[in-house]
Design a protein around this ligand. Structure first.
Ligand code: ARG
Length: 415
């Protein structure tokens, strides 16, 4: 527990209007001794109902709640993630990328309002506490995590809320822990905590049950790795992502059910929906396949993996992250062109790609031309074919002979 004289002034709380952050409001005054609490809700593309819930709850609590629109900034980061083909253990990063954007926005409000501290409602088991605090602990303000520091459980919170007559909605809405932003929707908790439990369709909100809809083609245009238009229509990042979520979600594209290893080492069962992300990642990789050289493609995999790892950890301000982005941006100068993606039965499959930077000439690889180029003919490959695997064949032959020698020796030693 902090010393009382450390907790003067006003604390800015990351506020959603859910159970965790609602109970934090009285606790920050009563248990921590702050004079006042303000709430900050950051818009990274949550559904309208979440803002209504935050507003209603804040009003009932008498909490001043600030709403900050960070959608553009967040959407830009999502499109950067596409340049990096970023996935963590197979799913597109969503919550992870939103947290630093949210944390920065809250810190800004706190500083403008002269707050002395910052607080969030994350538990001590998840990743989000780490992603918030790595940003906040770079400031002079105190940082608090009441749920973690007071060891709260949802059951305790519910009882406390009843006792204090706090405005919290019980019922089905609170059955799962759901985190939604422009890029993805995550659902965890309750019956989903059993990895063997097969989730019902009711956990999904962005994706239709895959199947039952005719295939649809969508054309994505990229400029230097950045998605700029869909089906010939230029769009800003927020609209483009929203549009693709609707389009691909209708085909059931972008569902993930996975076991995830959190930063602290805990393994958890997670379900995600991310239609736009799935389409954009598939399209972008297909375009890279057309324009990048083999060596760029394979080296970039390691860079992409590292970007995603830092992204997962919320370390988007790390010097390494900037360096990785430098490499990625350099490779993206040629990732300009158009990819056609087929949406059908829960799949988003690239089926066509073109680019002025295509590292490809039909005549070179074609079955219908005799030579490769004017001065390389098919016959030139004979020498390469003779050499190919030379060392491997030799190694196998030598070890066979050596094994036989050892076996012979063992037999004669026995005699
Ligand atoms: N496991 C994911 C991550 O760490 C999603 C977390 C979602 N958070 C939530 N409160 N439901 O990025």
């Amino acid at each position: 527990m902090p010393e009382p004289n450390d907790t003067e002034g006003t604390v800015a709380l990351a506020f959603s209007g859910g159970l965790d952050t609602t109970v934090c409001v009285p606790l920050l005054k009563e248990e921590y001794g702050y004079d006042d609490v303000i709430g900050v809700t950051v818009d990274v593309g949550q559904p309208e109902e979440e803002f209504e819930e935050a507003e209603e709850t804040a009003e009932a609590l008498g909490l001043d709640n600030y709403v900050v629109d960070a959608k553009d900034e967040f959407a830009d980061l999502c499109l950067d993630a596409v340049k990096a083909n970023a996935t963590y253990q197979g799913y597109p990063l969503g919550t992870a990328l939103a947290r630093p954007v949210i944390a920065e926005a809250i810190l800004e409000v706190a500083e403008e309002q002269g707050c002395t501290a910052l607080a969030h409602g994350c538990t001590g088991k998840g990743n989000d506490q780490l992603r918030f605090e790595t940003v906040w602990r770079d400031s002079e303000l105190n940082v608090h995590a009441p749920v973690r520091e007071l060891g709260l459980t949802r059951e305790w919170e519910q009882e406390y809320a009843d006792e204090k007559d706090l405005p919290v909605e019980g019922g089905d809405g609170g059955r799962w822990s759901i985190d939604t932003n422009l890029w993805s929707r995550s659902v965890e908790g309750s019956e989903l905590e059993d990895p063997a439990h097969v989730p019902g369709e009711e956990i999904y909100d962005w994706t239709e049950t895959p199947g039952g809809k005719d295939a649809e083609l969508v054309e994505i245009e990229f400029e230097q790795g950045e998605a700029v238009a869909v089906d010939g229509e230029e769009m800003d990042a927020v609209s483009l992502i929203g549009h693709l979520n609707d389009l691909a979600g209708a085909h059931g594209v972008g569902r993930t059910d996975t076991m995830e290893d959190r930063m602290l080492g805990l393994k958890v069962r997670e379900n995600y929906e991310h239609p736009a992300a799935t389409v954009l990642l598939a399209a972008h990789e297909a375009l890279e396949g057309l324009v990048l050289t083999k060596e760029e493609r394979s080296f970039k995999q390691g860079i992409d993996q590292e970007w995603a790892e830092k992204g997962y950890q919320g370390l988007v301000n790390a010097p390494l992250f900037r360096a990785l982005e430098g490499f990625i941006d350099e490779t993206q100068t040629r990732v300009t062109g158009t990819v056609t993606v087929k949406l059908q039965g829960g799949q988003a499959r690239p089926v066509g790609r073109e680019s002025p930077y295509a590292c490809y000439a039909e005549g070179h690889a074609s079955f219908n031309t005799e030579d490769v180029t004017d001065d390389i003919e098919q016959g030139d490959a004979t020498g390469v074919a003779k050499y190919h695997g030379f060392q491997e064949r030799l190694a196998n032959k030598v070890s066979e002979a050596a094994d036989a020698e050892t076996a012979n020796k063992a037999v004669s030693d026995d005699d």
